[in-house]
Ligand binder design. Structure first.
Ligand code: DLL
Length: 435
């Protein structure tokens, strides 16, 4: 039987949800306009006043806000509550440019924990479970978010953070962990280490995993489910909207339910900003209608995905988002063709290779090059050069069928590609270095 953390909200009728969203949106726009000069200026510039926003149908009147705005307003420019009422910050990794700092009041932390509790419950978690949190703790939201959710549900929480993989497995065995929370690439690594230690899924008690923070394919899901003997659930979120738990997967495993009582989603055309109808792929935009300290209106996530209101067998009525197919800025344009790393991963796993790979893009003599290093499993190793070359050619052909261009494939020895304990780095685009 499907369990809910907040049945009333999670199964609410469309009309009631819209009513709740309308009320919260009107209040939120007023709060933001009155307390954040940066927004007031943006809204004034667009000629829109708080009283023009009466329902979610008026959302499109509001200006968008983007990562560039967050950087410009760093650190306090978008704060909507006095610092004395804030109890926490989290921050993005800031690999490209200035960090983004998000602030939380206690009310914000409670709501966020609640969203994560919904995700854990949807994955079958109860107070009988032992939940091992191997997302990074610290400024990253993964550790704190799932930790808070796990406490709410009443699971015995193991705040492991990431790394020291053999120790993770030892704890998992000694304390009978039933739910694992980490990035999908780290879950794959944990599965691999389990097997390297001479163990099988029968030696552990895991039943579910809650994996997110990076794109992962259905093929990767199946591979992790097999190596750990679990059901793997997706979870989505971003620092700017609080962290994990904006959306979570249920038993149907066909996309993630968005916590619409807190976040209103829209899909827009990333080039024109025009709102697209349900079912079309575009950039995901969120308006947070309950956050106090750092409430973003129409925040452009740069994540590409599709929304769906198709009836879900779990009984939840919350709108669903498909697995994001990557960020608009993850998409590589190689010789004029759009290529997503996820397409490459799909082919690799379908062809029986491991999800350990590195994509390198460069420009030589004004022409783009695409090199993909792929790790072999031990049973794919051959001491005949001819066999290896054939395997590389076959894989390159399978890639061409998927992405439309032929990469140069390099099969490399097992364990030669660095493993990830957090978000995996799978693409090196050297063209950017030359530009
Ligand atoms: O990654 C929050 C999080 C932690 C989500 C733990 C889930 C689990 P950021 O570091 O700010 O926050 O990165 C947010 O990661 O815009 C997406 O591009 C990507 N992302 C997050 N979850 C998923 C997912 C956390 N399930 C950015 N599938 C987002 C694909 C995801 N991409």
């Amino acid at each position: 039987m499907e369990r809910y953390w907040n049945e009333e909200i999670e199964t609410m009728s469309r009309e009631d949800m819209k009513k709740l969203q309308n009320e919260r949106l009107v209040k939120q726009v007023r709060h933001v306009y009155d307390n954040v000069k940066y927004y007031r200026d943006l809204m004034d510039k667009k000629g829109v006043k708080p009283e023009d926003i009466k329902s979610t149908d008026d959302l499109c009147k509001l200006p968008f806000i983007s990562k560039a705005d967050l950087r410009e307003a760093y650190p306090y420019g978008l704060l909507a509550k006095p610092l004395s009422e804030c109890v926490r910050i989290h921050s993005t990794s800031g690999t490209t440019g200035k960090r983004v700092v998000a602030f939380y009041t206690q009310h914000d932390v409670d709501l966020w924990n609640d969203c994560c509790a919904r995700a854990i419950t949807a994955a079958g978690g109860t107070n009988e479970d032992v939940c091992q949190v191997c997302y990074g703790y610290g400024l990253f939201t993964g550790g704190a978010g799932l930790d808070g959710g796990s406490h709410k549900v009443g699971c015995l929480t193991l705040p492991m953070s990431s790394g020291n993989t053999e120790r993770q497995i030892t704890f998992m065995r000694d304390l009978n962990t039933t739910i694992l929370c980490c990035t999908p690439s780290y879950a794959a690594y944990i599965g691999e280490t389990l097997h390297d230690m001479g163990l099988t899924p029968d030696d552990i008690k895991l039943k579910a995993g809650i994996f997110g923070a990076e794109p992962w394919t259905e093929e990767m899901r199946r591979s992790i489910e097999k190596s750990l003997g679990i059901k793997a659930y997706d979870i989505y979120g971003l620092t700017e909207t609080s962290g994990p738990g904006v959306a979570f997967e249920c038993s149907e495993q066909t996309g993630m339910h968005i916590n619409e009582d807190n976040f209103i989603p829209e899909i827009i055309d990333p080039d024109t900003g025009e709102v697209l109808p349900e079912g079309q792929v575009g950039e995901l935009v969120f308006t947070s209608i309950t956050k106090e300290a750092f409430p973003l209106l129409r925040y452009r996530t740069r994540d590409l995905c599709v929304l769906s209101r198709k009836k879900c067998s779990c009984g939840r009525t919350l709108i669903k988002m498909a697995k994001p197919m990557g960020r608009s800025d993850d998409m590589m344009i190689i010789r004029g063709v759009n290529v997503f790393p996820s397409q490459i991963e799909t082919v690799l796993i379908e062809q029986g290779y491991s999800p350990n790979y590195l994509i390198e893009v460069d420009r030589v003599n004004n022409s783009d090059t695409l090199d993909i290093s792929v790790e072999m499993n031990t049973d794919q190793l051959s001491d005949k050069v001819k066999d290896m070359q054939k395997q590389e050619r076959d894989l390159a052909t399978a890639m061409r069928m998927m992405i439309g261009i032929t990469p140069k494939v390099h099969l490399v020895t097992p364990k030669s590609i660095a493993r990830s304990e957090g978000k995996a780095v799978r693409v090196i685009d050297r063209r950017k270095l030359h530009d």
